[in-house]
Write a protein that binds this ligand. Sequence first.
Ligand SMILES: [Zn+2]
Length: 347
Amino acid sequence: MADLNVAYRNFLASLSGRRKGPKVAAPRFRSRKDNRQAIRFTKNARFKVLDNGRLRLPKIGDVPVRWSRPLPAEPTSVTVIRDAADRYFASFVVRTTNDVLPPSDSAMGIDLGLTHFAVLSDGTKVAAPKFLRRAARKLSQLHRALSRKTKGSNRRRKAAVKVARAHARVADTRRDWQHKLSTSIIRDNQAVYVEDLCVAGLGRTRLAKSVHDAGWASFTEMLEYKAALYGRTFARVDRYFPSTRMCSDCGRINDKLMLDVRSWECPCGSTHDRDINAAKNIKAAGQADFNDRGAQVRPAAMPAPRGEAVTHPHAVCSTHSVEGISVRQGGEDVKGPSSSRVRRAVP
Ligand SMILES: [Zn+2]
């Protein structure tokens, strides 16, 4: 009921123009075919984490929990989710204090791309793991099996769970890989700058599958909330400037590069790797931006990690395009200060 109230408030505020950002649609009824179920217990509902590691829920009883990490503080609410793959999760809302890491004096620019997942300004190239592509055969096999089953049948329901499980496995592998990469980048750098890609815009193009498989959006969100958590600076640099063809040594803007040109030489004498040069320019632009404002480029409000948040950040996009890549404009919604969600697996 509380969620419905918020949904209507957002919708009506959007109608009257009080709410910024894209229009918010009227709340929808939940689908009967949707296999995801969730229930939230607040403090008033008297849920309790017991000393023996079980979770006591009203009317349900004591549930054994496989904790993914210890709770940093007393939770204010818990949401129990059953996903399409028939797995149960308990997600707690906890107030956290940030564990600020010792300061480091390095900064990093990151160029996200399709040939490499990320190219860092220090010259590191991170290959793109193609989780979805790799699992595609198995997935299409399962999808075919599903489509052969009679609608509404028990076998169809079981086949649907199998498909969901396979998809969940892909998502889990990707998330795990991204967590490892984002944590190491944030740990080693005081400031991290990423170009502002419009993922929602690119996702509608021919490259859609590769774009979604890369998962830049969830990756940059991880960088953002981890930066806030560990006292680092994170900023998105917008792509109005030609990061690819500008020389990172002399600042000269050279001729437009064809997509297959991987390295080039500037009249000033320096030879550049296309992507590393772009990453260096992103870093420089981020630092310039940071110095201009003399403070943190973005307020340190911490968004809940994607996939763990109840509200989805809405993608605000324009189709403004520089060198074939659209630019995201406007911000996304950010959850309240230091309220983060911690997700746990319940067997
Ligand atoms: Zn040059």
